[in-house]
Write a protein that binds this ligand. Structure first.
Ligand SMILES: O=C(O)CCC(=O)C(=O)O
Ligand SMILES: [Fe+2]
Length: 247
């Protein structure tokens, strides 16, 4: 089955989360408050912090754990997800957001107040649906128009100066225990990032503020946030172990 067909199937399967569609987003964003309970949140945080120390990679502005294998253009060498993640990977798969395929990859990110992630695209190694379980603290996920390309002048591309603020068109407030599903254009066309700030103020750009019970002008101090980004990596290598050829 090619990826196009699967994206079509996702469109049909997505009905489970349809009631949670964020109205103001151009396309395909779903925000589900209280997707997990407080005790599930505590359990997941305990598992994240109980992981072996070498599992953490420190980056500037955040640290992360990679589970399921390292996505690679030639294919990911799959690793079995630990049970505590497999349970949630299956729960999210059952929402039909990966077009009949199963979540097989989880990135755990930890951000302290003042930390964030630069605007970026997640790239072609993932199925174009990303799902995020939010733990510990809220954050504000910002979406940006890509830098628009200028006119061709004598074969040279001139980039039009645009500030990050001008390109920032939408934010989503991600409260602890919520699930975010971002797919299609919101994933493939726009960039996303988290500003490295210690608190967020609710502005008109926060498209899901109605679902979060916050008011314009509210200021929310950030605590330490842990996100579980659960995805499907389509290109997976069959390992010798899976083929039963291990000697
Ligand atoms: O922590 C998040 O919600 C965003 C993480 C992210 O964008 C990524 O890991 O690619
Ligand atoms: Fe990302």
């Amino acid at each position: 089955m090619d990826l196009g067909t699967e994206v079509e199937e996702t469109r049909a399967g997505i009905l489970a989360v349809e009631p949670f569609c964020v109205a103001q987003t151009p396309l395909a964003t779903y925000y589900i408050p209280d997707f997990i309970s407080e005790s599930e949140e505590a359990y997941l945080l305990q598992q994240v912090y109980g992981a072996p120390k070498p599992k953490w990679t420190q980056l500037s502005g955040r640290r992360l754990q990679n589970w399921g294998g390292l996505p690679h253009p030639k294919g990911m060498v799959p690793e079995r997800l630990p049970t505590w993640l497999q349970v949630y990977a299956e729960k999210i798969t059952s929402l039909g957001v990966f077009g009949g395929r199963s979540a097989n990859h989880v990135l755990v990110n930890e951000y302290r107040p003042g930390e964030g992630i630069m605007p970026h695209e997640d790239g072609p190694l993932y199925f174009p649906t990303v799902t995020t379980i939010n733990l510990g603290s809220h954050t504000c996920l910002d979406f940006y128009h890509p830098v628009s390309r200028g006119q061709q002048t004598e074969g040279e591309e001139v980039s039009v100066p645009q500030t990050e603020e001008q390109r920032h068109f939408l934010s989503l407030l991600l409260q602890p225990r919520s699930l975010l599903v971002v797919r299609e254009e919101m994933y493939t066309r726009y960039l996303h990032g988290i500003r490295p700030v210690a608190s967020d103020t609710v502005t008109e750009k926060v498209a899901n503020r109605g679902a979060c019970g916050v008011e314009l002008g509210d200021t929310l101090p950030r605590g330490t946030r842990v996100s579980l980004t659960i995805r499907h990596v389509p290109k997976v290598l069959k390992t010798a172990v899976l083929l039963g050829r291990r000697k």
